[in-house]
Design a protein around this ligand. Structure first.
Ligand SMILES: NC(=O)c1ccc[n+]([C@@H]2O[C@H](COP(=O)([O-])OP(=O)(O)OC[C@H]3O[C@@H](n4cnc5c(N)ncnc54)[C@H](OP(=O)(O)O)[C@@H]3O)[C@@H](O)[C@H]2O)c1
Length: 271
């Protein structure tokens, strides 16, 4: 899918850099990749030099198959004027900028017609992210498949029925890694209160979250609820903890409020 595609990547920081590494591993022809990044990190410069991808050429190639926008949202206005000249009639514009709508991009880069907006998350850095994705009406089936392939380089891809769902995606998976890190934090703090040395509690909590995530990945046929039930003996220690966690003011209602707050904030930030 990617081998014969030409691509311009605008912004190669954490996310853009992770995508670039993934594309090259998936077989995108480096000779057809151009990276625009005002302050390339030494790692990015080395990757481009080693692979042969062009970095900050004087004249970036016009009308690539895909133009990927991975700059910070607040940078879009500054970057937009130079982007218009790069977009051809068949160019897919794929944006991962948080809070920038398809309409925002179309307004700033009028040449862009086929626009895909994606919300990835930070596990993208290790190829294990997930992106919620929506497309403008002008995106063809081929361009949809291209966007899917490009995003697959950093993890799973979930197509959404409409752009209005992006704020909820932001709240669940975009911000979600922080919730999981907090879970490990809270488990460690509570373990220390239960008498464990702090460093031991931290290692136990961390390894538990890591290992449980891996189990969930390997046992993808089971729902998280099924996995939970499978490790909960009636009347046992896990059941005692879950009785608290699943009580009326437990994790379910806390998570409802947290996701609702993040969804509202995402809407405010893109409004
Ligand atoms: N990180 C996440 O979890 C996450 C999740 C979902 C979506 N996103 C979105 O992904 C995008 C990138 O995030 P990130 O974490 O990768 O940010 P980042 O590390 O700051 O990367 C953005 C890069 O774009 C560069 N840049 C700035 N102006 C430019 C221009 N005019 N032309 C080309 N490149 C330019 C920046 O250079 P300088 O550093 O020199 O300014 C920086 O290297 C953001 O829009 C963010 O909203 C991120």
């Amino acid at each position: 899918m990617l081998a014969d595609k030409s691509l311009v990547l605008v912004g190669a920081g954490r996310m853009g850099g992770a995508m670039l590494r993934g594309w090259l591993e998936l077989g995108l022809d480096p000779a057809r990749v151009c990276v625009i990044e005002p302050f390339p990190s030494p790692e990015l410069a080395a990757l481009c030099a080693k692979s042969g991808a062009s970095l900050n050429p004087a004249a970036p190639p016009a009308a690539p198959d895909a133009l990927v926008l991975a700059v910070k949202p607040q940078t879009l206005d500054a970057a937009a004027p130079s982007l218009g000249a790069l977009v051809g009639p068949g160019t897919l514009v794929l944006s991962i900028m948080a809070g920038k709508t398809i309409a925002d991009i179309a307004a700033r880069v009028p040449a862009a017609k086929a626009i895909v907006r994606a919300m990835p998350n930070t596990p993208a850095a290790v190829g294990r992210g997930i992106s919620g994705v929506c497309a403008s009406r002008d995106v063809s089936e081929g361009q949809r498949a291209l966007a899917h392939a490009l995003l697959s380089a950093i993890g799973s891809v979930e197509w959404l029925a409409g752009e209005d769902l992006i704020d909820a995606v932001t709240a669940v998976s975009g911000s979600g890694p922080a919730y999981v890190f907090l879970l490990a934090e809270c488990m460690a703090v509570a373990g220390e209160k239960a008498g464990l040395p702090r460093d031991v509690a931290e290692r136990l909590a961390r390894a538990t979250v890591e290992g449980s995530g891996e189990l969930m990945r390997q046992d993808a046929g089971k729902t998280p609820a099924e996995l939970r039930v499978a490790v909960t003996s009636p009347g046992g220690t896990t059941a005692a903890a879950l009785h608290v966690l699943m009580g009326p003011d437990g994790l379910g209602s806390l998570m409802d409020r947290a996701i609702a707050a993040a969804t509202r904030r995402a809407a405010e930030l893109s409004g």
